[in-house]
Design a protein around this ligand. Structure first.
Ligand SMILES: *[C@@H]1O[C@H](CO)[C@@H](O)[C@H](O)[C@H]1NC(C)=O
Ligand SMILES: *[C@@H]1O[C@H](CO)[C@@H](O)[C@H](O)[C@H]1NC(C)=O
Ligand SMILES: *[C@@H]1O[C@H](CO)[C@@H](O)[C@H](O)[C@H]1NC(C)=O
Ligand SMILES: *[C@@H]1O[C@H](CO)[C@@H](O)[C@H](O)[C@H]1NC(C)=O
Ligand SMILES: *[C@@H]1O[C@H](CO)[C@@H](O)[C@H](O)[C@H]1NC(C)=O
Ligand SMILES: *[C@@H]1O[C@H](CO)[C@@H](O)[C@H](O)[C@H]1NC(C)=O
Ligand SMILES: *[C@@H]1O[C@H](CO)[C@@H](O)[C@H](O)[C@H]1NC(C)=O
Ligand SMILES: *[C@@H]1O[C@H](CO)[C@@H](O)[C@H](O)[C@H]1NC(C)=O
Ligand SMILES: *[C@@H]1O[C@H](CO)[C@@H](O)[C@H](O)[C@H]1NC(C)=O
Ligand SMILES: *[C@@H]1O[C@H](CO)[C@@H](O)[C@H](O)[C@H]1NC(C)=O
Length: 874
């Protein structure tokens, strides 16, 4: 990925200065920053002004390279540098005149020059905005270049300390490009690898190159070098790419027309390459004759090029990938005796942008806050939320698309003055802690208008006046938790008499505590109700279906006389069995000693015989022997989901995030079928992780329709029957209504999603008592902390965006009132989106890994593309 750019070589580029050059101004679209330089200056060798980095960055320290390296050959830009001893991420912010959506060349240069006397250059990461750019791991002068279309007006170039020395930077340059050149837009960035002037004898950049690209000479000894002196025609005829006339002026060709030019290199990844070939005919061929050739990639013809005298042509290859890339240029029959040539060539790799930056409104607002209070925290640089491990100190974010700032903690940060209205523009803010500052003035009305704000801590300041009515109202209806203690001059009494007391406290009822008590009560009531049902006999229903009835003798044969128990459910024992065709089955026997599950047993048989879906456990048959009833199901190799999530799981495999997502989608599909695919619709009524079974492919299927019941009539959305269900999964409305409907299943499904996310059972038992999983999760969501929710056994191996999304979906299923819950079809659609997000992010991860691989294999000696020639079949 890197090209060594030795100073001596750079200095060959010195060319006669255009005297007409305006001496106080750079060409339009140029930004030249000499990092760490003490003053602005004009560089005679380049004919460009360089400016100090003041105003582009507010951290780091200025340093000079060791005097040993300072001589007349060194470029002025390499002499000074800025080094960052503090903070993990330090960012330069450039705002080019043309702003976002335009195309720029951005180049960052690094010359270590033993500035710290340790002779030990650092290694650190370079970022463009929120995306990883490269790893700077060289201790000589080296530059990294990209072609970038920013999606915001500010372009940020960040140096990230990775614990291997202090990051530094020498020069930062930006040049605005014509929008028609280089095939890239704001969804991706082109990373420069090599740029060669074939057959050339120097190094060229500005002023020869109007875009200040750096061209290095490259020749193949087997090829013939030739040139023209007609540079004026070359530059007047030039195409939009504007390769300099000095570069195009020289070229190489193979020795005879029957040979091809080859360019080939190895990559260690499926990284995509884009190659830009520059051609110009340098020989005046007899009239009627012209040089023509084909460009092929790995033997596949991609383009035919026909040259005109002194007319430059740029050919952009299609993106190619593969472990070996092999371009060939071969003359066509029309080319007569003129072999193919090459004047210049550029090699880029393309990377799609991986990270979505924080919402621009939030960035603007938080920057406003930073400015108003002059906040000087080390981490407050670059994007506030992205990448996640560089989130600004005191901030919590939701990683939606785009990420939002949800919590802000600026306690004890020496803020003074009034409350800035910039806070009010952080519209996704859930929690704001400004305690222990020196804030003054009245509490503004807009505090009550922050729609998502649930917690506001203003204690320990010096606010005056009284609490606005609208704010007090939110406190009273418990939608806001407000703390204003230790504001000696703030009046908190209704009458609002001047209050001389030191402590004024508003203690809101904490909804969370009340909520968890309610859930516990509910659970207890339900346990009691279910227990009280036990013993009531169920009448024997008629299961009339004659479809594949098994006799009891057959059942005994299948199960080898009820030999192996694999489970015990509400109805009785489950045995493993084998049909004549060798298919494994699970045989569920109705317990003879207790009759209470009999009706459910029949209901399940009846339902399963008509319901078939790949995410529902299918019924193979049943036995309707008077005393011995049995249901025969397909065997689910991997048991139930609860076993896989619990700590006592039998297998050592921990479900991956991906598998959990797929299970969620599978189960939702099964439930969607029951609710919306069956006529009449079927309410499961006892959905829970022990009822979700997994086959050998980890495909999830819903089982146990024992409590399900077909609706009597399609438009009757309520059925009123005896209580049912399992504590922890039960719709809280059930307590009051006694009804179980589709939305009750959605609630249970939400609980299942939380189990998948956390690995915990629905009722979490701890030393401090029992807590419903929903309450537990809520406390973290309010803090914007999804990391702590996700099953720690995943060890962070999940995509944070998809984690947030899944939590969000789960929460959408769990409002206390049924009417607020979505239909399962909606939940399914959201889950599928989440699943796609996860698989897309895995693809990106692979790309990213590939990129690292390719860099390693491209160091100094083995990195460069090789050039060769070989006979071609013409
Ligand atoms: C930066 O770090 C140095 C030493 O590592 C310390 O002396 C200095 O105070 C720090 N500067 C800031 C602004 O924190
Ligand atoms: C062009 O070719 C001539 C003759 O081969 C050589 O003397 C001259 O140096 C070349 N010029 C350039 C710019 O390469
Ligand atoms: C190139 O190949 C053609 C046909 O194969 C042959 O006629 C011609 O002489 C060859 N030219 C050279 C320069 O070898
Ligand atoms: C590419 O790899 C092959 C072996 O797979 C090796 O022979 C060849 O020299 C390599 N080419 C380059 C340009 O490194
Ligand atoms: C490049 O491909 C051509 C076929 O198009 C093949 O003859 C040649 O050997 C290949 N070169 C390398 C280095 O793989
Ligand atoms: C070349 O063409 C073959 C057959 O059409 C195709 O399978 C292969 O992917 C192509 N290779 C490239 C590099 O485009
Ligand atoms: C942040 O996380 C990325 C990816 O997990 C890792 O490569 C990088 O080193 C981390 N950066 C810091 C400063 O910890
Ligand atoms: C804010 O940070 C302070 C100090 O780190 C901490 O004591 C306080 O609990 C935090 N506030 C919130 C709401 O997390
Ligand atoms: C808040 O945002 C609005 C709309 O973007 C803007 O007009 C207003 O100036 C902002 N307020 C502050 C204090 O930045
Ligand atoms: C608080 O504000 C009042 C006036 O608004 C001022 O007289 C007092 O000194 C302030 N107290 C502190 C501790 O700043």
């Amino acid at each position: 990925m890197q090209v060594w750019f030795l100073l001596l070589v750079a200095c060959f580029a010195i060319a006669a200065l255009d005297v007409a050059q305006t001496q106080d101004q750079n060409p339009a679209g140029f930004v030249n920053i000499d990092c760490g330089a003490p003053n602005n200056y004009y560089d005679n060798s380049l004919g460009l002004y360089y400016y100090t980095d003041a105003g582009f960055i507010d951290s780091g320290e200025s340093r000079q390279i060791s005097t040993v390296f300072i001589n007349e050959n060194i470029m002025q830009q390499a002499k000074n540098l800025r080094v960052f001893y503090n903070g993990t991420r330090n960012c330069y912010t450039i705002r080019p005149d043309k702003g976002k959506g335009n195309k720029y060349v951005i180049r960052a240069s690094f010359y270590y020059g033993n500035h710290d006397g340790t002779n030990q250059g650092p290694t650190f990461d370079l970022y463009i905005g929120t995306d990883y750019w490269d790893t700077m791991d060289w201790s000589r002068f080296v530059y990294y270049e990209i072609i970038h279309v920013p999606s915001t007006d500010d372009i940020q170039v960040c140096l990230v300390n990775t614990g291997k020395g202090y990051p530094f930077i020498s020069t930062l340059e930006l040049r605005s490009l014509d929008s028609s050149v280089y095939q890239v837009d704001s969804t991706a960035t082109l990373f420069y690898n090599w740029r060669y002037d074939i057959g050339g004898s120097g190094t060229y950049r500005y002023p020869q190159d109007v875009y200040d690209r750096i061209w290095s000479r490259k020749s193949n000894n087997d090829w013939v070098t030739f040139n023209t002196t007609a540079t004026t025609s070359l530059s007047s005829n030039n195409d939009a790419y504007k390769a300099p006339a000095e570069v195009l002026q020289t070229a190489q060709r193979v020795t005879d027309v029957n040979s091809s030019i080859f360019l080939y290199w190895n990559t260690s990844s499926n990284y995509k390459w884009g190659i830009y070939f520059h051609f110009a005919e340098l020989e005046a061929l007899p009239s009627g004759q012209r040089r023509e050739f084909t460009l092929s990639v790995n033997g596949n013809l991609t383009k035919t090029v026909s040259l005109e005298y002194l007319k430059p042509v740029t050919v952009a290859s299609a993106l190619v990938s593969g472990s070996k890339i092999n371009f060939s240029i071969s003359a066509t029959k029309q080319s007569g005796k003129y072999p193919p040539i090459l004047n210049a060539v550029e090699f880029y790799t393309i990377i799609e942008h991986l990270n979505t930056p924080t919402s621009i409104d939030d960035i603007t607002a938080i920057k406003g806050v930073k400015k108003v209070y002059n906040i000087n925290k080390e981490s407050w640089q670059g994007d506030p939320c992205v990448p996640m491990n560089l989130t600004w100190e005191g901030l919590g974010c939701s990683y939606d698309n785009p990420p939002r700032i949800t919590t802000l903690n600026l306690s004890s940060s020496k803020l003074n003055g009034d409350l800035s209205a910039s806070f009010s523009n952080l519209s996704a803010l859930v929690s704001l802690d400004l305690s222990g500052n020196e804030l003054t003035g009245q509490l503004p009305q807009w505090l009550a208008e922050m729609a998502n704000l649930k917690t506001l801590n203003l204690s320990g300041n010096n606010f005056t006046g009284s609490i606005p009515e609208s704010l007090q109202k939110k406190v009273n209806d418990q939608s806001l938790q407000l703390s204003v203690v230790n504001n000696p001059n703030l009046c908190v009494e209704d009458s609002c008499k001047p209050n001389k007391k030191k402590n004024s406290v508003i203690v809101p009822v904490i909804a969370a505590v009340a909520g968890s008590v309610a859930v516990l009560l509910l659970v207890l009531v339900i346990i009691w109700r279910i227990k009280s049902r036990r013993g009531k006999g169920a009448t024997k229903g008629a299961l009339k279906s004659k479809n594949r009835p098994f006799t009891y003798r057959e059942v005994l044969k299948i199960t080898d006389n009820l030999k192996t128990i694999i489970g015990e459910g509400g109805f009785g024992k489950v045995y493993i069995g084998k049909l004549e065709n060798d298919n494994k089955v699970a045989v569920k026997m109705l317990s003879r000693t207790s009759q209470q599950g009999y009706k459910e047993f029949l209901a399940e048989a009846q339902l399963l015989m008509i319901v078939h879906h790949r995410n529902l456990v299918s019924l193979v048959g049943y036995c309707d022997d008077t005393e011995n009833m049995a249901l025969i199901y397909e065997f689910m190799e991997y048991g139930n989901l609860r076993q896989h999530l619990s700590d006592q799981r039998t297998s050592s495999h921990i479900l991956t995030w991906n598998e959990r997502l797929r299970i969620a989608v599978d189960a939702a599909q099964g439930l969607d079928y029951l609710h919306n695919g069956c006529k009449p619709p079927i309410v499961h009524r006892d959905l829970k992780t022990p009822n979700i079974l997994l086959n050998e492919n980890m495909q999830a299927k819903i089982a146990d329709f024992g409590l399900s019941k077909a609706f009597a009539a399609e438009n009757d959305s309520y059925i009123s029957t005896r209580p049912a269900g399992t504590p922890g999964y039960l719709d809280p409305e059930f307590q009051t209504s006694g009804n179980l409907n589709k939305k009750s299943d959605v609630y249970s499904f939400g609980v299942i999603l939380l189990e998948l996310i956390t690995g915990y059972p629905p009722v979490i038992r701890s030393a401090n008592g029992h807590m419903h999983i929903l309450q537990w999760v809520k406390t973290f969501i309010e803090r914007g902390d999804v990391q702590s929710i996700v099953d720690p056994r995943l060890q962070g191996n999940f995509n944070i965006n998809s984690a947030w999304k899944l939590v969000e979906i789960a929460m959408s299923c769990l409002p206390p009132t049924a009417i607020q819950r979505p239909d399962i079809s909606h939940v399914l659609a959201e889950l599928k989106e989440c699943w796609e997000m996860e698989t897309a992010s895995n693809r990106n991860q692979r790309l990213e890994d590939g990129r690292r691989g390719s860099m390693e294999s491209f160091d100094m000696n083995s990195t460069e593309a090789s050039f060769g020639s070989a006979p071609s079949a013409r």
